[in-house]
Design a protein around this ligand. Sequence first.
Ligand code: GLN
Length: 554
Amino acid sequence: MTPLIFVTGGVVSSLGKGIAAASLASILEARGLKVTMMKLDPYINVDPGTMSPFQHGEVYVTDDGAETDLDLGHYERFVHTRLSRKNSVTTGRIYENVIRKERRGDYLGATVQVIPHITDEIRRCIDEATEGFDVALVEIGGTVGDIESLPFLEAIRQVRTERGPEKALFMHLTLVPFIAAAGELKTKPTQHSVKELRSIGIQPDVLLCRSEQAIPDSERRKISLFTNVSERAVISVPDVEVLYRVPMGLHAQGLDEIVVNQLKLTDKAGPADLSEWESVLDAALHPLDEVTIAVVGKYVDHQDAYKSVGEALKHGGLRQRTRVNLKWLEAQELEESGLAGLEGVDGILVPGGFGDRGFEGKVLTSQYAREHSVPYFGICYGMQAAVVDFARHVAGLEGANSTENDRQSPNPVIGLITEWRTASGDVEKRDEKSDLGGTMRLGLQEQRLKPGTLAHELYGKDVVAERHRHRYEFNNRYRTQLEDAGLVIAGKSMDDTLVEVVELPRDKHPWFLACQAHPEFLSTPRGGHPLFIGFIRAAREKKAGGKLLKEARA
Ligand code: GLN
């Protein structure tokens, strides 16, 4: 039985429960433990794949193609363990499983109920995701008191009752607000939130108290008294200017030690080696250079919609001690009011997206970057926009478009595989069973890079794997025409049938690369990602007036 740390949230949402949990996980990993993480989400959607990024932020994709909550992105950025669909479970998924079993007759005529059938299924999913690890963190989405999260809380209560405190630890994240008018920190919301938890049978072992400033000992003592949590387990988690400070802050207060002791992991856990995190923090706090990158998307008022892209850009900077300032621009606004917002930026990134709103703005953006020699990084829809621009304005293919936006386009340079198959039949050799036509291409897939290209140089490899999430593809019928016009096809799927990376030749443009996959999902603060690192380096070079930064190239 893997010892489990259950992480609940109280008072309000958006306190950074995922970050706090991931930070603790990273310390436990730095102590030599094999750690995994999972998220239990109380909403009824079977997965977040269909949810609007406006409401729920980015859909994060795992290697196995699961469309998951953005917290899984935090987890993978903080720990080395790669996650899968097992690590993201929603109420919808639980009910789907239970109803399938009921229809199959698995319950042998029993009345199927929340307790025990739903709670048993939740527990089965937890065991399935956490098996074989030294320790696992299980985050419960939402806030205590929500109707939706009750079955999850009941399930974890049962686990603790059956397995005891050495196999299940409760960690509760709450808010300790500062009331400016009174000049005081208020502990009452935390008291109430813990009371609520205790009323359903959960007594937290650890409290993580979010606040603007560090919480003084006197207040920690008071919280301890009212909540029955030992004083040293009342941990202060103040706002930080840089995310990567959180693991160090938790470690300094002995959180990992409390956990290791309670879960009897002392034999397995060594001292915490946080040196990698310290150097990440150092690079973030003491940059030597800075660049401004425009990100042109559809949901720019909701930056969580592009969480991994924003993070990956910053990671790319960290690797070269460069602060990356992000300038979020709304693609549709660029269409309507012009491209002035792009002037003066050091690089332009167009991220993934769906639907026609703002697509023309993305095409204009790509054209601007191409014509003005501004480093351009297109991701997924951002690549498709770049191909459309190139087709229209360089190859002279009138009305070129993606069939996602114009089904009647005379030159559908981007389309569903099924569409260009019927037109030419030139993908016949692709596996018919792959069913890529109407459905998403999802998850980790390998691609082969062409030697001599920018992509090949940056990755330093012939074959790389990236995560995908899209339906439409570069239309092979236009390969020759576009290549003849000067587009470089730098990466293709292993069976040679799908275009994965396009570039402009390096004598025509300093840095113009666009890929069909989503490299942002594989970038981490400690490692960065070769494409993002290369892009930020190119932005620095542009800022330095085009002079190659020899030391950075090395
Ligand atoms: N809408 C495009 C497609 O489905 C791009 C998707 C994306 O950017 N993730 O192919």
